[in-house]
Design a protein. Sequence first.
Length: 119
Amino acid sequence: MLTKVTYIKDTTTYIEAEGKLDIYSAPDYLEEIKDTLKLRYTTELILEFSNITYIASIGLRAILELYNIMQDRNGSLKLKNVNENIMSALKYTGFDKFLIIENDPVESDDKHSEGNTEH
């Protein structure tokens, strides 16, 4: 799984990843994000999910841990552009009741530009 910090602005950190959040990738995904959070003050963590194709229970646990970290900071965690299958898993587990989930109406190319800090 490829995970990258797409942009940082003020106290917002926006992270993109692609692939599956499963037993093989979720622990690394979680650790990479936790390492990023240790390096900078973040009150809003945005996880771009448009290229996440699958989430297993360990992936849900990683999301829950990140949610708890952000709650401890009096911050927020937001999932962006979640596909139908992952949304079904979030609803089934009740994660949709406490997570902020936003889907962009139209996918724009500029959000994928490296170094873009205007979001």
